[in-house]
Ligand binder design. Structure first.
Ligand SMILES: NC(=O)c1ccc[n+]([C@@H]2O[C@H](COP(=O)([O-])OP(=O)(O)OC[C@H]3O[C@@H](n4cnc5c(N)ncnc54)[C@H](OP(=O)(O)O)[C@@H]3O)[C@@H](O)[C@H]2O)c1
Length: 343
């Protein structure tokens, strides 16, 4: 499968998330999974300074010592951690957090450095200028944002543009067949601005696996069964009729293709325009091997339609008003004076 352009980087169409490495996934198995991932032809790895409070980045260090040139590494800054301590996106903290991530991973440049979430306590300009400084200093190749609302991402992109600062080259946001809010504002903006999306939680935290469904109690020990009520993957949040029907459709499509339910869920995401690489989050080597096959799974237009039929987000004003009464396509790429029409 072809790669995807993310700013100056070419990434594979699957990204391997490391959130569980060193905690739910033992280190040795994590390294075997990383080996299997690159052996399958992929190069994109996602981590964060807060995963295991730095443990996920530390686990990557011995593996990266052998494979640094073969991979694109994304990490993140924002949430509370013990090194450098504190939290947030103040310039001073960003600088220290970047150095700490570089040190933990034993590398001298981070390919993609992402803000994990907005920080309303710090002026946006201060954060963006500090991030630009990291690119200019050669500590970071490209920048990304995660968990930004569309208005803030648009504001940030315009601010970076005006100041000539390094732009956000990617958005990392939750996106799956059971969480499609990004389709309302974020994804149309990202497509217009040429900012690819890397979906986290592509299986809804484990819901889109075939182990959950109408009347099925999530298996003990699974993420969904254990999730606290305020977590995105909490069982009660997923237990909607639309989600259960989606599982039924995925099972039917999977049977038609000789594939698994998770493979179909990931393949659906790969077919959404503007999606660069779903960030897969397998807990075991067996789960990873299953997901790798999604990259080459081809779904027909009808299968894609059926998979997505029950969870489309509601039609929203003003898009509904513009499209239905005024025949204006609200998703038409933005025209900008002096720029070619963007993707
Ligand atoms: N930017 C952010 O705020 C943010 C937030 C969350 C995650 N992330 C990134 O996104 C990555 C993926 O997120 P996620 O873990 O929520 O992804 P996910 O794909 O929605 O959920 C992963 C879970 O699905 C189950 N699973 C995965 N593959 C399976 C298979 N083949 N068969 C059966 N079950 C399977 C496992 O559940 P069980 O453990 O129950 O078996 C696994 O823990 C993370 O590693 C991290 O890098 C980013």
């Amino acid at each position: 499968m072809d790669g995807f352009e993310v700013g100056p980087l070419t990434v594979s169409r699957l990204c391997l998330g490391t959130m569980l490495m060193g905690t739910s996934t033992p280190v040795r198995e994590a390294h075997t999974m990383l080996d299997a991932f690159i052996e399958a032809g992929h190069n994109f790895i996602d981590t964060a300074d807060v995963y295991g409070d730095g443990l996920a980045e530390e686990i990557l260090r011995p593996w990266l010592a052998r494979h640094r040139d073969q991979v694109i590494v994304a990490t993140k800054v924002r949430f509370r951690g013990s090194d450098p301590g504190g939290e947030g996106l103040a310039p001073d903290r960003i600088g220290k957090a970047c150095d700490a991530s570089l040190r933990r991973m034993g590398i001298d440049v981070i390919d993609l450095y992402e803000v994990h979430a907005p920080d309303p306590d710090v002026p946006l300009e201060d954060t963006l200028e500090a991030l630009d400084g990291l690119v200019r200093a050669g500590k970071v190749r490209a920048l990304g944002a995660s968990n930004y609302p569309a208005w803030l991402l648009a504001w940030a992109a315009r601010t970076q543009d005006c100041h000539g600062w390094a732009p956000f080259a990617v958005l990392q946001a939750q996106y799956s067949l059971v969480e499609r809010s990004v389709e309302m504002e974020l994804l149309p903006f990202c497509r217009s601005a040429g900012i690819p999306l890397t979906p986290w939680g592509p299986l809804g935290g484990g819901f889109l696996t075939g182990r959950h469904g109408r009347g099925i109690v999530p298996p003990a020990g699974s993420r969904v069964a254990e999730a606290a009520d305020d977590l995105e993957e909490a069982a009660q949040r997923r237990a909607t009729e639309g989600n259960f029907r989606t599982i039924d459709e995925l099972r039917a499509v999977a049977n038609e293709c000789g594939a698994s339910v998770p493979q179909v869920a990931i393949a659906w995401l790969l077919n959404q325009p503007g999606v660069a690489a779903p960030i897969i989050g397998p807990r075991t080597l067996e789960q990873l091997r299953d997901l790798l096959a999604a990259a080459s799974l081809s779904l027909s237009a009808d299968q894609l339609r059926r998979a997505g039929a029950h969870t489309a987000p509601p039609e929203m004003y003003p898009n509904r008003f513009l499209a239905e009464q005024n025949h204006i396509n609200p998703e038409q790429p933005l025209r900008r004076a002096g720029h070619p029409v963007s993707r």
